[in-house]
Design a protein around this ligand. Structure first.
Ligand code: PLP
Length: 503
């Protein structure tokens, strides 16, 4: 049963107008001579149809009469996006069907012209590099606060943002990532105030924070903090389907006509309407039940964090980190499980958890694993994670599954291994990406200008990007990550024996 309208909203948040038009279309029994070719499931391969069920195929429709047009919304999609804007605290919200990846591209293309300087943190997701390549913007990298003990970057501080704006005149926009993959949030109110003092917009990659708006125990959302534009991967933390995300905007620092033009450029003319409807219902769910659902999630997560912290050799950071540079606030629904004291890399621990205990975490890196707690996490699932980690901590380090010979390099074990410094920028990302290039052996590529993005994945943060000079330190670092088993995204040669450089 759908509860009453949420107090404090002017619009009727019990409605899911877009889901409803799809249901009405199915009910009306229209005879389809339109795409998709499977015609509401009839032509679909049987095993797949039997598995996914007929209903989802019945609403896999295209934007024909009455189903509105995401590129030019006039009917139910206007209402659906207005309802979203209201609860996410935006002036306008746009539904995305190619994730926050397309959101990052849209934000940058909307705010920047070729050659415009953009201040952004080094730990931006690789999709931000896509935005830089497409827009032709000139990155002014900001160093996020580095946590050597946890071997991770936190957020950029307001002081860093101010210093960057002072040091580099002519910056046209500030872009920050908050929260990080690990759930660490930046002081967005202070950063917004600084950006606005310099009369430039603040763009926020809030891919990991679509739930922030719905619970007082969570960090302030980007829109609440006054940011001009932000993206939310609703599929990551809320109930919408994979690939869905939202872009929220407010104020007059982002030109809406330009944003809409860019949005139309990126969007498929055949959006998957099941995805679109899932955004509509995820918004309704949050509007009506978000606070209660998230209270339960936070409780389960906090309980798990406390139990995990009792396991010898395991550390899950929490409130004790708050107030450190770059750690303004924390999202309690993310649990970072630091396993380095057990003598495992995060990758090894992830694999053991999966193989032996059938538990799959979201992310592993050299020292850590990250477990996501969302409105879909049950206490039973949480117990399975805590059990798996406690067993993992009791085990002797297995010699059979992984190759311990040298993987945990002494530098990593002692916690003194440093993330590589930002290399010198020799060309704009766009120039290098589109330049005449050649392949050279990676090991001996120091001094050359990189023409590709090289991103250990997860967490998806580039170590080197097009236009940057390859340094010995970066070669060393990436070689170590590869040795530890991490996959590299971006290079043409997956094994990274060769690298594409500017000729
Ligand atoms: C910080 C950040 N921004 C953007 C993205 C891209 O989001 P999506 O997978 O929704 O395209 C990710 C994905 O992991 C991310 O971590």
């Amino acid at each position: 049963m759908i509860p009453d309208q949420t107090p404090g909203t002017a619009l009727d948040q019990t409605r899911a107008p877009y889901f409803q038009v799809l249901l009405d279309y199915v009910d009306s029994g229209v005879i389809p001579f339109h795409t998709p070719g499977h015609k509401q499931g009839i032509g679909m391969e049987r095993a797949f149809r039997d598995f996914v069920g007929e209903n989802v195929l019945a609403i896999d429709l295209t934007q024909i009469r009455g189903l509105d047009d995401l590129l030019q919304p006039e009917e139910a999609l206007v209402e659906a996006q207005e309802l979203a804007a209201e609860v996410f605290g935006a002036e306008q919200s746009f539904f995305l069907i190619n994730g926050s990846t397309s959101g990052n591209q849209c934000m940058m293309m909307a705010a920047l012209n070729p050659g415009d300087k953009l201040a952004l943190p080094r730990n931006s997701h690789k999709s931000a590099m896509g935005g830089l390549i497409m827009s032709g913007a000139d990155p002014v990298w900001m160093q996020p606060e580095v946590d050597e003990a946890l071997h991770m970057d936190h957020t950029v501080t307001p002081q860093t943002v101010r210093a960057t704006l002072e040091r580099e005149p002519g910056i046209k926009a500030v872009y920050v990532v908050s929260p990080t993959y690990y759930g660490v949030a930046a002081d967005l109110e202070a950063i917004t105030a600084i950006a606005h003092e310099y009369n430039v917009p603040l763009l926020v990659d809030e891919a990991w924070g679509p739930h922030f708006h719905f619970h007082p125990a969570l960090p302030l959302s980007a829109m609440q903090a006054g940011a001009d534009i932000c993206i939310n991967s609703t599929h990551k933390m809320l109930g919408s389907l994979s690939q869905t995300a939202m872009l929220h905007v407010q104020g007059n620092r982002i030109r809406i006509d330009r944003l809409k033009a860019v949005y139309k450029l990126f969007l498929s003319t055949s959006p998957n309407l099941v995805l679109v409807a899932s955004l509509d219902v995820a918004r309704r769910q949050m509007a009506l039940d978000g606070a209660a659902l998230l209270s339960r999630t936070i409780e389960i997560a906090n309980d798990a964090r406390a139990r995990l912290n009792e396991i010898p050799g395991i550390y899950c950071f929490g409130e004790e980190l708050e107030g450190r540079p770059g750690v303004y606030d924390l999202d309690p629904t993310k649990i970072t499980i630091t396993v380095k004291d057990l003598g495992y890399t995060g990758y090894e621990a992830e694999e053991i958890l999966r193989r032996r205990y059938n538990v799959q975490v979201e992310l592993a890196d050299l020292f850590n694993m990250v477990a996501l707690y969302t409105i879909g996490t049950t206490t039973e699932a949480s117990d399975a994670l805590v059990y798996g980690v406690s067993e993992l901590a009791r085990e002797n380090r297995p010699v059979d599954i992984f190759s311990p010979s040298g993987v945990l390099d002494r530098r990593i074990k002692s916690g003194t291994y440093h993330l590589p410094k930002i290399p010198p920028i020799r060309l704009l990302p766009r120039e290098a990406f589109l330049a005449d290039t050649e392949f050279v052996p990676f090991k001996t590529s120091a001094g050359r200008i990189c023409a590709e993005v090289i991103t250990p994945y997860p967490p998806g943060i580039p170590v080197i990007s097009p236009g940057e000079e390859i340094s010995p330190e970066i070669i060393d670092y990436l070689a170590l990550e590869k040795k530890a088993g991490v996959k590299m995204q971006g290079p043409y040669d997956d094994d990274l024996r060769f690298i594409r450089v500017v000729r």
